[in-house]
Design a protein around this ligand. Structure first.
Ligand code: ATP
Ligand code: MG
Length: 272
């Protein structure tokens, strides 16, 4: 695809009755295949921006284009949402069918896909999220973490071009979080754009770009390397343990000075 997958220009969103806009003067262009970590304190506007990028909210000023389509065109909204999956924090809000595999199949069924194709995408989504074993179980009988994976599976079954994850790992245990991140890495490696909203710095190590929001505006946008080395402290974020380890290895001379090993490669080399 030519051009950015997301192009937000001069965007503002003011909730009805609010005294000031939730986000304003936001400019963000995201190329297809990027993995953007969207960081910021509570109330800084991350979820509002996420909803704008999924055409759930239309800017009250400025524009938001998704795959070149203007989100203010109501006729395009359904198409945009099919291609840009937004997975929220609370999985209970996203369960639509009583049985796991039916829940995952709900989206593709609504698209009117042939049953073979539905079976294939459901199969794949269940496998990627580690839910194959639970397919016949009641959706509401799953644990919180399994429900979060179910929400991701439902999103994946739509075969989206981009995934926006709004604190979608908050209920996962460390193992669940690791497998969720592995799944994201695999999807991103296959070219799916990832926009990841999280307060957990250890989840940010795979991002190719970091965007920090403050008081409804983008306060910083750049490479993870510069962020961790130069900006993190100013914004008050913790350093993830993996990067702490990288620092120690570098200080001990195990990583040549001046090199910037990708964290992914380093983790793999260390079998983490
Ligand atoms: N439905 C709403 N109606 C009115 N104001 C809202 C609504 N949703 C959010 N806001 C306000 O918009 C601002 C941005 O909220 P938003 O949820 O986008 O922040 P956030 O960065 O996602 O925060 P958090 O980290 O807590 O999830 C906040 O001041 C919030 O109070
Ligand atoms: Mg939020």
């Amino acid at each position: 695809m030519d051009g950015p997958i997301f192009s937000v220009r001069g965007a503002e969103y003011a909730y009805k009755g609010a005294s000031c806009p939730a986000i304003e003067d936001v400019n963000l262009s995201v190329a297809s295949g990027e993995w953007v970590a969207l960081l910021g304190t509570n109330g800084s506007g991350k979820s509002t921006l996420a909803k704008m990028m999924n055409a759930l909210l239309v800017p009250t000023r400025g524009v938001c284009f998704v795959m070149g389509m203007d989100t203010s065109d109501a006729e395009l909204a359904a198409f945009i949402r099919r291609n840009v999956a937004l997975v929220f924090q609370n999985p209970d809000d996203q369960i639509v069918a009583s049985i796991v595999e039916e829940d995952v199949a709900f989206g593709p069924e609504n698209l009117g896909l042939p049953s073979d194709a539905i079976r294939a995408v459901v199969e794949r989504a269940l496998r990627l999220t580690g839910l194959s074993e639970t397919r016949r179980r009641g959706s509401h009988s799953l644990s919180g973490g399994q429900k979060q994976r179910l929400a991701l599976a439902g999103a994946l079954a739509m075969e989206p071009k981009a995934l926006i994850l709004d604190e979608s790992t908050s209920m996962l245990d460390p193992e669940g979080r690791a497998s969720f991140l592995d799944c994201l890495r695999e999807l991103n490696a296959r070219g799916i754009t990832v926009i990841q909203i999280t307060h957990r710095m250890e989840e940010v190590v795979h991002a190719s770009r970091i965007v920090v929001m403050e008081k409804g505006k983008i306060a910083w946008d750049g490479s993870p390397y510069i962020f961790w080395e130069e900006k993190r402290a100013a914004f008050g974020f913790d350093i993830p343990p993996e990067l702490e380890l990288l620092r120690s290895l570098r200080a001990g001379g195990f990583v040549p000075a001046g090199t910037r090993p990708a964290v992914n490669d380093l983790l793999e080399a260390l079998c983490l």
